[in-house]
Design a protein around this ligand. Structure first.
Ligand code: ZN
Ligand code: ZN
Length: 73
């Protein structure tokens, strides 16, 4: 999915759950949400890989399906 910078609306680069804006040169905190129930996902980090887990019965969510929502600081 595509994610835009809340400041300059440029397309963000997503890397292991962190969004980076090349234009603003800053990292944008994002929250991973379940594509089914839109609740925040548990982020499980292991050996450089990141897994996303829904506690509402949807189990492990593949990174491609995770909805990333920018957090307004
Ligand atoms: Zn930006
Ligand atoms: Zn869910």
């Amino acid at each position: 999915m595509e994610l835009n910078c809340p400041t300059c609306h440029n397309l963000l680069e997503l890397n292991n759950g962190v969004a980076h804006c090349v234009t603003c040169d800053k990292d944008i905190p994002v929250e991973a949400r379940c594509p089914e129930c839109h609740k925040p996902l548990d982020v499980l980090k292991a050996c450089g890989a990141v897994d996303y887990f829904c506690q509402n019965g949807h189990g492990l969510i593949s990174k491609k399906r995770v909805e990333f929502v920018p957090l307004s600081a």
